[in-house]
Design a protein around this ligand. Structure first.
Ligand SMILES: NC(=O)c1ccc[n+]([C@@H]2O[C@H](COP(=O)([O-])OP(=O)(O)OC[C@H]3O[C@@H](n4cnc5c(N)ncnc54)[C@H](OP(=O)(O)O)[C@@H]3O)[C@@H](O)[C@H]2O)c1
Length: 313
């Protein structure tokens, strides 16, 4: 019998329970996957606690969207996958599980150089980073300001943006400055006086900004420094974006992602896997937890942790 993490009411990490679940055979266009690792994203605990609205709970809710594993069976009309293939899953429903059935369009072949935990760390962070940079058309000639550069999304933003030729400044705790610098950005403390520090570090000016911190200071600095508001995005304060005249990509935004934005989020996985295999993109892993200890994993992520937390079923 397959097992999965579920919850039946909003609340603290203690609402998460390991439960037996039925996993049927894959239908047309689907794959069955034995999960080797599942990524834990901040969205998961925001949905669990009710901080991110998601409608009334009428049946046990599953958790998690990102995973890596092994294909166990292939549904009709699916090409390019065989049982035994190592894969990455992004955008699934209920990735905190021993087994999953997902649409083949949510699955990518995983090169041998990409471990299951690294593969499980990609979906939301790499997808969001890539889509946001593409939406803002960041590239050579840009000076990009990233608020929250040391987190999973921030690290992906820094790496794509520097690969595409942009100059990147990224806010971080002093403790994490070396990591941000190693990825190619100029680290800046997010302590008081941020705007002045940015002006000193970027006398040429800042042409685009991405908020992954959600603080008032981050939004104020972006608004003060980037003249074109269509090149400022927030991933955390989406509900404030329209009022400020900036871009909000989810993060509580009332506007769903467009088909094109969703396509970029999927494209990111196909782009990132070969970069990792070539040693040109780095994923920082944090602590791992057994599936049954998903509540502890959420406590860790909510408290703040260096690197991506993964569950190992
Ligand atoms: N809109 C979307 O589609 C979307 C997608 C993914 C994530 N998100 C949101 O983006 C946020 C980050 O996600 P994540 O997965 O990158 O989380 P994460 O890996 O847990 O990283 C969070 C980071 O926030 C940094 N931080 C804390 N206080 C800060 C401050 N005052 N100023 C700047 N940075 C600060 C921390 O840096 P230090 O450790 O250096 O202090 C940490 O590295 C979450 O709120 C998440 O829900 C939104």
């Amino acid at each position: 019998m397959a097992q999965a993490i579920t919850y039946t009411r909003f609340g603290g990490p203690e609402v998460l329970a390991l439960t037996d679940v039925e996993v049927g055979d894959p239908g047309a266009g689907e794959l069955a996957i034995r999960v080797e690792a599942a990524g834990v994203n901040p969205l998961d605990h925001k949905l669990r606690s009710g901080a991110r609205a998601s409608g009334e709970i009428t049946a046990p809710r599953r958790v998690g969207s990102d995973a890596a594993g092994i294909v166990t069976s292939v549904g009709a009309d699916v090409e390019g996958f065989r049982p035994g293939d190592a894969v990455v899953v992004a955008g699934a429903t209920g990735a905190y599980a021993t087994d999953l059935v997902v649409a083949a369009r949510q699955v990518w072949l995983r090169p041998p150089a990409v471990s299951a935990p690294v593969g499980a760390a990609l979906g939301i962070p790499a997808g969001t980073a890539y889509q946001t940079l593409r939406s803002l058309a960041v590239g050579a000639g840009d000076t990009l300001l990233v608020h929250g550069g040391s987190g999973a999304v921030g690290q992906a933003v820094i790496q794509f943006a520097t690969l595409w030729g942009a100059t990147v400044l990224a806010t971080t705790s002093d403790r994490r400055a070396a990591r941000v610098r190693a990825l190619g950005a100029t680290p800046l403390s997010y302590a008081e006086g941020l705007e002045e520090r940015i002006r000193a570090a970027a006398p040429q000016g800042v042409t685009a900004a991405i908020d992954i911190a959600g603080t008032d200071e981050a939004l104020a600095a972006s608004l003060a420094l980037v003249s074109d508001r269509s090149r400022i995005a927030t991933l955390v304060r989406g509900k404030d974006a329209d009022g400020l005249g900036i871009r909000g990509f989810m993060g509580g935004s009332p506007r769903p992602l467009s088909a094109g934005e969703l396509a970029w989020r999927a494209e990111a996985i196909a782009v990132t896997l070969p970069l990792i295999a070539a040693g040109a993109f780095s994923v920082e892993l944090g602590p791992s937890f057994a599936l049954r200890d998903a509540a502890d994993a959420h406590r860790q992520v909510e408290a703040g942790v260096d690197g991506k937390v993964v569950l190992l079923p």
